[in-house]
Each structure stands twice: as C-alpha cells, then as structure tokens.
Ligand binder design. Structure first.
Ligand SMILES: [Zn+2]
Length: 259
C-alpha cells in the first residue's frame, strides 16, 4: 500500500510534469522507508516491551538486534502516523469549512478536477521538507510523517487545494515560473499557513499585514526555488516580486484572506 503510492507518484515526479512541491530535489530515498517486520508479533505486547528494554539498556543487544529494533520502531511510528493522517483527513472532509468550500469550488469550475478524500493520499515522505504536494493527474499527497496535528493538516490540504483550484480555473503551466509563483503566493496566503502572524496582533509587532506578506513571500520563494526551471534564489525572488501585486490580491474563490 505504502510502496504502491510512493511508486505511483515517483515516475511523474521524475518526469518533472508535477508541481514542484514534489520536485526532483525532494525525492525520498526509497531505502529509508521502514520495512514491515517478518513477524508482526515481535512489535507488540511483551516481545516489544522486552526488545525496547533490551535496546535501552543495551543488555545482550547485537548490532543486528539494534538495526532491526530501529527499523521496527520507525515502522510502528509510520503506521501510527498513517492512521492519524487518515483520521484527520476524514475529520477535515467532514468538518473543515475551508476544505469543503475549496473542493466544491474546484468541482464547480471543472468536475474532472474534483478532489475528494479518495484522491488525497497519506504517505511517508522520508526526505521532504514540505508537508504535501499536488499533482494535476494524481491528486494530493499528504506527508503523514510531517503532519503535526489536524489543524496543521487542514492548512496543508488547503494549500494544495488552492493549487488544485488554480489548475482547474487557470490551466496552470507548472513549469512556467510566473504561473507557479502566482499559485504559491495564493496558496500560502489563503491556506492559513501564515496566520502565525495573527498572534502578534496585540503584540510587539505593529504591522501584522507586513508580517503575513513576508511569510507568504518567503514560502513562495522556497517553493519556486524547487522548480527545475528556477536557477537560484535570486531568480525565484525576482519572479515572486514580478507577479506579487496581482496574485497576492487575487483571493478567489474567497472574498478575502480569512484563515
Ligand atoms: Zn505549494
């Protein structure tokens, strides 16, 4: 299941047709995906407790035991992350006004681009710095090992759904840096990722909207830098600045930035 999804996504990533959240620079090394132990009883109950004690104390622990324990621990965490991610996904699709609104707007614009819980996939992303990715044909990948809680996942999904909305509404060419930058600006601004700055409303930082804009700009530059057509940070900053005015102020399908 896990490997199937990773394999399903990777060929598209390699062909560089995908959104750069999943660019070649962020490919997970496959050998880091934790493997299921051959005997599942070794990771539960008394046996797991015994192995944990052995690992922690080092008593009678061989190098093979140590490696196996570390793999099995990563496997158990991964399973727990997978379960949590799917639970969050269901909760979000049931209750998040933002996600429900964005998905219904995407379907209204282009029913063939519909995003439902069926094409939002939770999976392990070993080496990615991002929490998710959007692929025009395959849907949305949520990195289950990067998700902190359901509200973080709601922001992550909202970000990717803005990309999906742009893809449906504006026929985005993800290899065109101006298109890509525009969607990243909108996704970071509208998803709530930069709402951290709201916490400073009554605080020391006086210009809240400047804080929000700086956060959006910084995140957009990082995403554009991962585009294979982007040479360096200066180029990404230039493109983000070029499209900033029209893209930051375009809050469609929302009336304003409210997350
Ligand atoms: Zn993005």
């Amino acid at each position: 299941m896990l490997d199937q999804i990773i394999i399903k996504f990777i060929p598209q990533v390699v062909s560089l047709k995908s959104h750069s959240d999943m660019s070649k620079n962020e490919l997970p090394p496959p050998d880091q995906i934790p493997q299921a132990p051959s005997d599942l009883s070794s990771i539960s109950g008394f046996e797991w407790w015994r192995r944990t004690l052995q690992y922690k104390t080092g008593l009678g622990l061989t190098p093979t035991d140590k490696t196996q324990y570390e793999n099995d621990l990563a496997y158990k965490l991964n399973e727990a992350n997978c379960q949590a991610c799917n639970e969050y996904k269901n909760w979000i699709f049931n209750y998040s006004p933002t996600v429900r609104f964005l998905t219904s707007e995407i379907t209204k614009v282009d029913p063939s681009k519909t995003i439902s819980r069926d094409n939002v996939h939770c999976d392990f992303c070993p080496d990615w710095t991002r929490a998710g990715g959007y692929h025009p044909e395959l849907g949305i990948l949520v990195c289950q090992n990067r998700i902190i809680n359901k509200f973080h996942m709601e922001d992550t999904l909202s970000h990717e759904l803005v990309h999906a909305y742009d893809d449906a509404k504006f026929q985005v060419d993800w290899m065109n840096l101006r298109h890509h930058a525009c969607s990243e600006i909108r996704a970071s601004s509208l998803s709530g990722e930069c709402r951290f700055w709201n916490q400073f409303k009554q605080g020391a930082i006086k210009n809240v909207s400047r804080g929000h804009q700086e956060c959006v700009k910084r995140r957009a530059v990082l995403s554009v830098m991962a585009n294979p057509n982007c040479k360096d940070k200066e180029m990404a900053e230039q493109v983000v600045n070029d499209v900033w005015g029209s893209c930051f102020n375009d809050t469609r399908p929302f009336e304003r930035i409210y997350r």
